[in-house]
Design a protein around this ligand. Structure first.
Ligand SMILES: Nc1nc2c(ncn2[C@@H]2O[C@H](COP(=O)(O)OP(=O)(O)OP(=O)(O)O)[C@@H](O)[C@H]2O)c(=O)[nH]1
Ligand SMILES: [Mg+2]
Length: 432
């Protein structure tokens, strides 16, 4: 099996908790606060590894978790950061949000690296809550939870040229002739089961990458045969070499050409618009010349046709020069553009982050990233911290929204794991 898609779950590390601690020195009965911050949680990152060709690693392991930050300690000692988890992917990997399908990154360049889920920041220790009003703060934050999400990984091979055609047309023979690729070649359909890449050097300093995929048959766009699973690997090519078998008695060459192009169009109109060169293959067999003549007659004269023999090498050089010239004329393709900020945009601005209040069976459920984050970072056993949470929620407008939704004194409210009673006219007192 050739693995070119995967669905994985990533969870960045939670931040470590901040700590409440005070200096204890001889002759100083009550020293200042010196509780350190928790460490940052580890990120989940992707890096492009040139040596990889498939996403097979992600088939066997689906859940990935980065390390959590250590908790802070007394004497202003901060916790250590959690370890980042770095996942290696082959060039050509697209990363999408599995829930929305939104494209998050197109990883094409070896060494390219992105953060897929950010570790939570460490909670602040009580030393950071020191102020003129509060000389002995007994408050510390818990660590921020790390981001978590389901991701869809999709490999689209990076090749300049794609080989297209019926099974047995001679695609693999051609790639093995023009590059160092060593695919399986045999006289029966569906010999090739997964894509092969080969680098073709036409002349010094000029080379391009060719992709050989399993052959297509009629009905391919509906999933008949194998080829359609691999058509995605032609999506990034710039030129298609349409390999046609001149030796087949079962099919007129022009019919082969038309059937394949219809399949291509039904699969993707965009793909069908890519420039094609016809490689009329097996010109070495008897009767091939006649069939070539009828093919040329029936074809649109704008489509270049090269009679070749992938076995003897006849005509192959001319074909390659033509393909090289076409590539130069077309110029390089841009990777699928993803705004630089794609990952940042998935982060939120705490001030603007919306929340919703949903009444359900007499309980008011408040949901939203920021409200849930604030709750998660509050140590509910710490009265001062709970009062601070109540102030933050009020400032965010949660109290007003609850009131508007019909909440009355004593009604139950839920945010994340926290359940508390709505208290009119003063800070909501929280209890677990
Ligand atoms: N006589 C002759 N035979 C050829 C030529 N090119 C390929 N063949 C033969 O055609 C058969 C199929 O070749 P492959 O290269 O495996 O065909 P393919 O298009 O890759 O087929 P799939 O992988 O099934 O899609 C093999 O027996 C080859 O030896 C050629 O130029 N001349
Ligand atoms: Mg093949």
């Amino acid at each position: 099996m050739f693995y070119d898609t995967a669905r994985i779950y990533v969870k960045a590390g939670d931040g470590g908790d901040g700590v409440v601690s005070f200096r204890r020195e001889k002759y100083v009965p009550e020293g200042g606060p010196n509780g350190g911050d928790g460490g940052r949680g580890g990120n989940i990152e992707f890096i492009v590894d040139e040596g990889l060709r498939t996403l097979v690693d992600f088939k066997y392991k689906r859940h990935y978790k980065a390390g959590r930050g250590q908790h802070g300690q007394g004497k202003n000692m901060h916790g250590k950061s959690g370890e980042d988890l770095i996942l290696r992917v082959p060039p050509g990997t697209l990363i999408k949000d599995a829930d929305t399908g939104e494209l998050l990154a197109d990883l094409t360049v070896p060494g390219q690296r992105i953060i897929a889920a950010r570790g939570g920041r460490g909670g602040r220790g009580n030393a950071r809550f020191l102020s003129n009003k509060q000389r002995a703060p007994r408050i510390a934050e818990k660590g921020e939870p790390g981001e978590e999400r389901w991701l869809q990984l999709e490999l689209k091979l990076l090749a300049d040229v794609g080989l297209l055609g019926f099974p047995n047309a001679g695609k693999s023979t051609l790639i093995s002739r023009i590059s160092a690729a060593k695919p399986k070649i045999a006289d029966y359909p569906f010999t090739t089961l997964s894509p092969n890449l080969g680098v073709v050097s036409v002349e010094e300093g000029k080379s391009f990458v060719v992709a050989d995929i399993p052959g297509l048959i009629e009905g391919a766009h509906q999933g008949v045969g194998l080829g359609h699973d691999f058509l995605r690997h032609l999506e990034r090519t710039r030129v298609l070499i349409h390999v046609i078998d001149l030796s087949s008695f079962e099919q007129e060459p022009i019919d082969a050409f038309r059937i394949i192009n219809r399949e291509l169009e039904l699969y993707s109109p965009e793909l069908s618009k890519k420039p094609q060169v016809v490689a009329a293959n097996k010109i070495d067999v008897p009767e091939a010349k006649e069939r070539l003549a009828s093919l040329i007659e029936a074809l649109d004269p704008n489509i270049p046709v090269f009679p070749i023999s992938a076995v003897t090498g006849e005509g192959v050089t001319d074909l390659l020069y033509k393909v090289q010239a076409m590539l130069e004329e077309i110029g390089p393709v841009e990777p699928e553009t993803v705004p630089e900020t794609a990952w940042k945009e998935t982060r939120y601005d705490p001030e603007k982050e919306p929340f919703t209040v949903t009444p359900e069976d007499g309980i008011y459920i408040v949901t939203g990233k920021e409200v849930e984050r604030q709750v998660a970072m509050t140590d509910m056993a710490n009265e001062e911290a709970v009062r601070r949470l109540a102030r933050i929620l009020r400032k965010m407008g949660v109290d007003d929204a609850l009131r508007e939704a019909g909440a009355r004194d004593g009604d139950e409210v839920r945010i994340g794991d926290l359940i508390f009673d709505f208290v009119e006219s003063r800070a909501s007192e929280a209890h677990d």
